[in-house]
Design a protein around this ligand. Sequence first.
Ligand code: FAD
Length: 417
Amino acid sequence: MTPSRHVLVSGAGIAGTALALRLSAYGWRTTVLERAPRRRDEGHNIDVRGAAREVLRRMGLEDAVRAAGTREVGFRVIGDGGRPVGEIPMDPSGPTDGPTAELEILRGELARVLMEAAPESTTFRFGTRIVDVEDRGTGDGPARVALDDGTTVTADLVVVAEGLRSRTRDLLFDDVTVRETGMYGAYLTIPRTGDDDAWWNWFHETGSRGVHLRPDNLGTTRAMLTFLSGVRGLETLGDADVRTVLRHTFADAGWAAPRILRELGDGPDGAPMYFDAVGQVMAPRWSSGRVVLLGDAAHCPSPLGGGGTSLALIGAYVLAGELATRPADTAGALHRYEQLLRSAVGRAQKLPPLTLTNPRTRTGIRTLRTTFRAVASSPGQRLLGLFGGSPTGAVDAFRLPDYPAPSSSRVETTSRR
Ligand SMILES: Cc1cc2nc3c(=O)[nH]c(=O)nc-3n(C[C@H](O)[C@H](O)[C@H](O)COP(=O)(O)OP(=O)(O)OC[C@H]3O[C@@H](n4cnc5c(N)ncnc54)[C@H](O)[C@@H]3O)c2cc1C
């Protein structure tokens, strides 16, 4: 009997875990490293669109994801009196997806659903990172990887799925850049109040600041503070400094900002938060020897436009499928995976100017609200893409290849992780 091939995946996020699931089902031995001490459950609502919905269906996970959804009913722009100036309800039967997609789920919940579906044979090693790739496997042999716990692992494939600011990618690929957009986002979980509803509510404040409230399915509310800034590198600050920056930046902001700042606190007792600069990954190549980039680490389009998670799922499906159909030709499979995804990624990375949806002045905000009211009430809602939807977007249009069905495509969900 031929020994099963071994894949070492670095990053137990959406892309890495989905790939591990898929390759396990194709008979690979799978090891997943995660630098965090446990599964990360921070973050907000993300959406699964177009072909990515079909990926979940083929993985047998669509129902589990739907059941764990946020049940957000649509998207609203909030005016100065705290009342909506217009709204776009989610329309599952419509030809396009608006800002709220049909499959809307917390990022942490999607990570949980994927991890719980992983078979016992998948090894998760939390609190572990790659420190060096001693051999990328450019010859016939396997890749050899040194980990920070002092062990060395050999693998037929090393997958770097560490997200936007992947360290291992930067160690191995010297031609990758992160294109910073100048936007920052703080994603907080705050107590739910009786006034919170099931809409994604977005209030625009001068100085290109945004205050958002969104529902979740866990009895809390997801708050987001966004701002455009000429200062780079705020994402590298420690947690306490980030909270100070947010307090200063939103001190005079209206609507829900005072409530969010109260919950923000300034230490471990403050609201759970995930903070990052919004950037895009520009990588001229996604593989080197037996090392391959996957998900945001390869092509993060940014959370603006809503394609990152869908592309991560599609990428995992395609990479696993190509490896399964070309068992003796890893290089060919990696090449084909990149070829199939490139044009969708290129389209997903095209963003409208950020000042259009995040105006600086009162006049700009008035114009945005008037435009939004018109867009929201127009039957075609063709400008939805400006507000975060992807009506004719890359993931909606992606044609999912057919691959042989894995021997075990669905493993019963348990709560062991
Ligand atoms: C905590 C968190 C919260 C997020 N919240 C949102 C959100 O609210 N809205 C949104 O649109 N997008 C959010 N994202 C990004 C979103 O998950 C991705 O854009 C998308 O799902 C693609 O997923 P990915 O698996 O490629 O990357 P990610 O989901 O970012 O997963 C990468 C994983 O790799 C791990 N990792 C990083 N470096 C290393 C390393 N050196 N060694 C081992 N493991 C490593 C990370 O801890 C993480 O678990 C969030 C990401 C994270 C990590």
